[in-house]
Design a protein around this ligand. Structure first.
Ligand SMILES: [Zn+2]
Length: 389
């Protein structure tokens, strides 16, 4: 015991020195590390708020400057459409958002480029640009039509979250009352078609039963683009240990969500009430009235100035540790949900802070090879398997 006490001071000094070393190590690693974030909501800010992603923005969590600074070279831009856009209206809004991201790509061709394969992504990042991967967030966006799904694929969209907060006509959501007992026959066709045309099936937001139904049907690995662990923060949007194990058997990856309510039990309650408000019934609208309603809704849920939260960077590390323990280091990634979360963890307030996470992982004893897998390598593997090289 006495010997241990004598060791405390030198250990403390060594730890401070190590913390500096780890941050330097993280900064060094950044240039050679492929950072992939499987979910950001930034394109809403471009569509509704007309923000210029080429500038370092004073609010929100993502722009081209901060992505480069943080070494998150390849974000999945979610083309999220609220579920109150139904049928053809959901298709129209998807095209609006596809047009918005195109505006960014056209304005900054020397800084950001569309990636439609894993090889594209690697080549674009190597050339010093941001690689944009496009995803849909909500199966309602295909308006129950596989031809619409195929056309999205031809427009460069490479992933689809099967539901959002509400059930759609063919899949149950984790935050709605069960209606289909998981995935319907048509829902199974959607999964098979996505496998066939090289689109990644994303099971974030779906009910547990839908998740297991998807795994029974899919011939390819799936992702949970922005979910965390239910064992640490008990919300239906997070994955149980059994789901994490099943995801590992499938070869898939869960991108840890940085939303404070996904990370920390103290913050989880607030998130659940917010989800309830967001999934409340809304009037049946179309055309301009619908556009006006959604613009107001966006302002009401403007999360570009996040609230203080209990969650910290250490919670993110704890969730990564938990997935590694339950499912293995090959099945965890990053799915920040930046620009779509009401509160962010201390120490990871925006995309520029990612090196702090890398440093924390190194400090936690992860090897450089493991850090590469977590920060993007695992997701790149799934992209290669599903989309192709
Ligand atoms: Zn989401």
């Amino acid at each position: 015991m006495i010997r241990a006490a004598c060791l405390v001071l030198p250990i403390a000094m060594a730890l401070t020195a190590n913390a500096q070393d780890e941050m330097e190590h993280a900064q060094r690693l950044k240039s050679s590390l492929l950072g992939i974030d499987t979910h950001i909501d930034t394109i809403q800010r471009v569509y509704y708020g007309h923000v210029d992603l080429g500038q370092r923005l004073p609010d929100g969590q993502v722009d081209l400057v901060r992505l480069q600074e943080g070494g998150m070279h390849a974000p999945f831009f979610a083309l999220w459409v609220p579920t109150y856009f139904k049928g053809a209206e959901a298709v129209r809004r998807t095209l609006d958002l596809r047009d918005s991201i195109q505006g960014v790509l056209d304005r900054y061709p020397d800084r950001i480029q569309l990636a439609t394969t894993a090889g594209d992504l690697e080549r674009i990042v190597k050339s010093g640009k941001i690689a944009a991967v496009l995803a849909l967030e909500g199966g309602h966006q295909i308006a129950d039509d596989l031809a619409v799904l195929r056309m999205y694929q031809r427009m460069g969209i490479r992933a689809m979250t099967l539901t959002h907060f509400r059930n759609n006509n063919w899949a149950d959501s984790s935050t709605d009352k069960p209606q289909h007992n998981g995935l319907t026959e048509f829902g199974k066709q959607v999964v098979r078609e996505m496998n066939r045309i090289g689109m990644i099936v994303d099971i974030s937001h779906v009910s547990d039963k839908t998740f297991y139904d998807v795994l029974a049907v899919t011939s390819k690995p799936v992702i949970a683009s922005h979910s965390s662990c239910r064992a640490l923060a008990e919300i239906p949007r997070n994955m149980t240990d059994d789901m994490l194990k099943a995801l590992a058997r499938n070869g898939g990856v869960v991108g840890i969500n940085f939303g404070a309510g996904f990370l920390n039990q103290q913050d989880a309650k607030g998130l659940i009430s917010k989800i309830a408000t967001m999934s409340a019934d809304v009037p049946e609208l179309t055309g301009q009235a619908l556009d006006e309603y959604s613009a107001k809704d966006f302002v009401a849920n403007d999360w570009s100035h996040p609230h203080p939260a209990a969650a910290t960077l250490d919670d993110v590390v704890a969730h990564i540790d938990h997935v590694v323990k339950v499912a293995g280091v090959d099945h965890v990634g990053i799915g920040s949900d930046f620009d779509g979360i009401p509160d962010v963890p201390k120490g990871l307030e925006d995309a520029s802070k990612m090196p702090a996470l890398v440093a924390a992982l190194l400090k936690h004893g992860y090897s450089e090879a493991d850090v590469r897998k977590i920060m993007g390598g695992n997701t790149l593997r799934v992209m290669k398997e599903v989309i192709g090289r």
